[in-house]
Ligand binder design. Structure first.
Ligand code: 13P
Length: 276
């Protein structure tokens, strides 16, 4: 008899639902993008470390590559995790300008893969993204896989097709065990850096029906239930509640608001309050 069978017999459906939700630890990740020098990154990481007042939420900082070592040193002994913003799929070789998962795993636990800015400006396609996900997993890094539709795709009614195809193509062929280690961030492209966040109900619909629905088809309901799915796009301390009050949404991938300790901590602490 499984853990969940036990739960359903002993405490009933309503509480089982909450228990399942709570099995997924909330996650707030800050994507610094191409911002912060090493000196500035150290100051920001230190301020976040000193201001953090919760262990309910898992916190991940994703600085640019050259800033990773100093942030790593700054976070020594804290529970805050470190992530990179990209990775190559090969372990080593003649790939000028690239960084391999072998290099990253000395510093990081997480890596963002397939961010829309990489798809758009660096021509990353689904096959490259799939290879990066596999490479990260091979070396024990947790991929934060980004999926999301553009404004044109949304207006053409293509959100479902785009989001399900991106999810499926990136993860097809993974074992269920590998899948449980993947985090997905639903980031509608039109909401990124625009100040125009998605509506919470819309984001929940995409995440629940199309992202988690695709995960169920690929890996079965039990595995899909364990996988964390974040929302990203113009998240602030003021609007975070709109997203994390929904059981399907496990946290956020934050851009602009992760560049100041005050706003990033505001998002983390509000998440802790709502999800606790
Ligand atoms: P903003 O929070 O600045 O909209 O960025 C979101 C994002 O792209 C995180 O990866």
């Amino acid at each position: 008899m499984s853990f969940e069978d036990h739960l359903s017999i002993s405490i009933g459906d309503h509480i089982l639902h909450r228990a399942r939700w709570n099995m997924r630890q909330p996650l707030i990740a800050g994507n610094w993008k191409m911002n912060k020098t090493a000196t500035e990154g150290q100051v920001l990481a230190q301020a976040i470390r000193l201001g953090l007042q919760t262990s309910v939420v898992e916190v991940v900082l994703c600085p640019p590559f050259p800033v990773i070592p100093i942030v790593h040193a700054t976070l020594q002994g804290s529970s805050i995790r470190l992530g990179a913003q990209n990775v190559h799929w090969e372990d080593a070789g003649a790939f000028t300008g690239e960084v391999s998962p072998v290099m990253l795993k000395e510093w990081c636990q997480y890596v963002i893969i397939g961010h829309s800015e990489r798809r758009q400006y660096f021509r990353e396609d689904d096959e490259m993204i799939r290879r990066k996900v596999l490479a990260a997993l091979r070396h024990g890094l947790i991929p934060i896989l980004c999926v999301g539709e553009t404004l044109a795709q949304r207006e053409a009614g293509e959100t479902e097709g785009v989001v399900t195809a991106q999810t499926r193509r990136a993860l097809e062929g993974l074992t269920p065990e590998q899948a449980t280690r993947v985090v997905i961030a639903y980031e509608p492209v039109w909401a990124i850096g625009t100040g125009r966040a998605a509506n919470g109900a819309d984001a929940e619909k995409v995440i629940q029906r199309w992202v988690r629905g695709t995960l169920e088809e690929l890996f079965g309901p039990a595995v899909a239930q364990q996988m964390r799915i974040l929302y990203g796009g113009s998240v602030t301390p003021e609007n975070i509640t709109e997203f994390i009050c929904r059981p399907a949404i496990d946290g956020a991938l934050v851009g602009g608001a992760s560049l100041r300790a005050e706003t990033f901590l505001g998002i983390i602490h509000e998440t802790a309050r709502v999800k606790a």
